[in-house]
Write a protein that binds this ligand. Structure first.
Ligand SMILES: CC(C)(COP(=O)(O)OP(=O)(O)OC[C@H]1O[C@@H](n2cnc3c(N)ncnc32)[C@H](O)[C@@H]1OP(=O)(O)O)[C@@H](O)C(=O)NCCC(=O)NCCS
Length: 172
């Protein structure tokens, strides 16, 4: 990967690995304490069990500092879709989310991946910076289009979700 080195947390005992089912509850807890959409505990367990190859946990000692849940859509195997990225508030701003995306892209399962996609709400500045920074470091475009307009969500409380499509990545 081109670009700058990540800061201090790299020197700590940060471990980036695939999740196991024992991580599902902590992932749910982290989301429950954040601004992310909270899904059922079952959904986190399901990602850990069936999509572990495209999910990442970041741990400091045994504590979950962050996670990525992602999958490669069956109809677009050149794309990895990042469903959620969360970093515990006490660990933010130290490059953990960026490192988790790099770990994901380094996996053998992503060897044919040319695009990373995620959806971001228009007011989520941290997420916007995360994905634009990833695109900038890889020197590729970040195309932004509406994915799910707010009218598709039940009630009136959900912003539109914009697709960030980053690539083409040279992932060899
Ligand atoms: C978004 C989130 C995962 C970023 O995690 P993080 O580990 O703090 O991110 P990093 O330290 O790797 O920083 C990534 C980039 O975002 C920038 N950034 C981080 N927090 C920011 C903030 N609050 N506002 C603006 N930019 C921010 C960093 O400066 C960095 O930019 P750079 O690459 O240009 O240097 C974290 O803030 C979070 O969990 N937020 C709540 C959940 C969420 O919104 N998830 C994303 C939706 S899928």
């Amino acid at each position: 990967m081109k670009g700058k080195l990540m800061p201090a947390i790299e020197k700590e005992t940060l471990t980036l690995t695939k999740p196991g089912v024992d991580d599902g509850a902590a992932m749910w807890e982290l989301v429950n304490n954040s601004s992310l959409d909270l899904n059922s505990p079952y959904k986190y367990l399901m990602m850990c069990k069936f999509f572990a190859d495209t999910c990442v946990t970041a741990k400091v000692e045994d504590r979950l500092a962050g996670f990525v849940t992602a999958f490669i859509p069956p109809e677009a195997d050149d794309t990895v879709f990042v469903w959620q990225v969360g970093v515990d508030s006490s660990f933010r701003g130290q490059g953990i989310a960026s490192r988790m995306l790099s770990e994901l892209m380094s996996r053998d399962v992503c060897r044919n991946v040319r695009y990373l996609e995620a959806t971001v709400t228009p007011t989520n500045d941290a997420s916007d910076s995360l994905f634009k920074g990833f695109a900038r470091r890889h020197e590729v475009d970040c195309e932004i289009k509406t994915c799910f307009p707010s009218r598709l969500f039940p009630g009136n409380g959900h912003e539109s979700e914009l697709t960030y499509r980053i690539g083409p990545l040279n992932n060899k």
